[in-house]
Design a protein around this ligand. Sequence first.
Ligand code: NDP
Ligand code: 8X3
Length: 256
Amino acid sequence: MLSLKDKIVLVTGASSGIGRSAARAFAALGAKILMCARRGERLAELAKEIEGGHRAGVHAFRLDVRDQAAVDEAIAGLPEEWRAVEVLVNNAGLSRGLDKLPGGLVSDWEEMIDTNVKGLLYVTRAVVPGMIERGRGHVINIGSIAGHEVYPAGAVYCATKFAVRALTKGLRLDLNGTPVRVSEVAPGMVETDFSLVRFHGDGKRAAKVYQGLTPLGPDDIADAVVWCATRPLHVNVSDVVIWPTAQASATLVHRT
Ligand code: NDP
Ligand code: 8X3
């Protein structure tokens, strides 16, 4: 197992769900945690928890990954001791709405595309050249089973996750010959704020998504992300697809 002790791990979207669990899991291995999201107070709480519990170094900063200038400025402006990012977890993302095409809010489409596709690209572009220069690095993208199958009323979200899959594969092709590894972890249903965000804060509708089954938890996904990152340097895990046992496809879910 590769040691990540004192290595810098950047997690985007660490204020909640999978990103928060990933930050905690890497900190538990002794990695130094660089983390961002838009909600600064939540990041500050997590930073306090990690610093107290694991005594790992933490540096948190507010960032909207949709803003390319802000992404470039944040990465270029990192303190010297935080620049050598070893692992980038491109996790920041969201779904908005569950609407049949051609319906749905154009603003929802744009938010998903701008965050899940363009935001991931902006962060990757800002971080990966440094990895190439240093001769070490690993990009782990959080995709989805929605990048493997399209489900009704989810076409735009699915399109963004198909794009994440294509970008993961494309980056791996384009970085061939460098030591930088590129992986994707693609979960099925994980109980986080994901559905609350999808349904614009409708808690009752969000809770129904997970009723009658045991969904994955964010720690299950963090576990897989850490597993990818801790393989020996000559091993590149390309894809990990993870389902709750009760879910067999995007649309087949056994509920009791
Ligand atoms: P959460 O809503 O719990 O977390 C989403 C995270 O993304 C938050 O920290 C949020 O932070 C951050 N984020 C969203 N937009 C932006 C932005 N513009 N700039 C910076 N950060 C942003 O959901 P999950 O943990 O479930 O989602 C994490 C990833 O996992 C997403 O990419 C999602 O598509 C993917 N996924 C989720 C699944 C699930 O069932 N939950 C299944 C498969 C994949 P903030 O709002 O503070 O900016
Ligand atoms: C999240 C999983 O099935 O809700 O990416 O789209 S799903």
